[in-house]
Design a protein around this ligand. Structure first.
Ligand code: SF4
Length: 221
């Protein structure tokens, strides 16, 4: 399958191209956000062998863990929880160190040996995401695929509604995006969907898209 200019408007075409291109060396992860669930549904339509990783930081809302169980049944896909090493720093002392310990390092382990990783980031989320391309090449050759780069939240919500896929239960209770409980708050009127996510130093990213170093197994990073 090749990508054409036309297919760039179709997240499913981009995703299925990535699956054909990298096969088992393409990684899926999810934070259980609406966009990621769309992509998992599309991936599952193409292959029953799709597996996915979820970063269980130890600080998620109970609702998130309930939704994790539910969505695996709905999509008929296995989502493997990835845990940090015990006894690391927490958000109470240092959010940067906590994210590195509970998100970045476990994700680096989960992605080791892979060539590419599917992301649900969208340019309309703004901040560092405002100019993301469909495919990014990191130093060392690791690839990030962003099928939803040019879609917006309304498109994602319409996709989930069309396929009768449930969303995270807290999205209907004032939250715009769900992360760890101590670092996620409800939105105030007029705020964009990620405004309720709290990271070190007022940053808009936790580090998995900015401080990740993947060992593809060929000695290059
Ligand atoms: S989002 Fe908060 S609790 Fe979660 S890993 Fe980062 S600092 Fe820790």
């Amino acid at each position: 399958m090749t990508l054409t200019r036309q297919s760039l408007d179709d997240p499913r075409a981009i995703l299925h191209w990535a699956m054909d291109t990298w096969g088992d060396r393409l990684a899926f992860t999810t934070g259980l956000g609406a966009g990621g669930i769309c992509l998992l549904h599309m991936a599952r339509q193409k292959s029953a062998r799709v597996t996915c990783a979820f970063l269980d930081t130890g600080f998620h809302f109970p609702d998130t863990l309930d939704y994790l169980d539910e969505i695996q049944d709905v999509l008929d896909v296995r989502i493997q929880s990835v845990h940090p090493q015990p006894y690391g720093p927490t958000w109470r002392e240092d959010r940067l160190a906590c994210c590195d310990h509970r998100k970045v390092a476990p994700l680096e382990s989960a992605l080791a040996g892979k060539d590419a990783w599917v992301n649900a980031r969208r340019a309309d989320q703004g901040g560092m995401r405002a100019s993301i391309p469909f495919v990014e090449r990191q130093e060392g050759g690791f690839m990030k695929v962003n099928p939803l780069a040019r879609k917006d939240r309304a498109w994602v919500d319409a996709y989930l509604a069309k396929h009768a896929i449930p969303t995270h239960p807290l999205l209907s209770k004032g939250y715009g995006s769900l992360g760890c409980e101590p670092c996620t708050r409800k939105l105030k009127p007029g705020e964009d969907e990620r405004a309720g996510r709290l990271f070190a130093g007022g940053k808009t990213e936790c580090g998995i898209h900015t401080r990740l170093t993947v060992d593809r197994g060929d000695g290059k990073r």
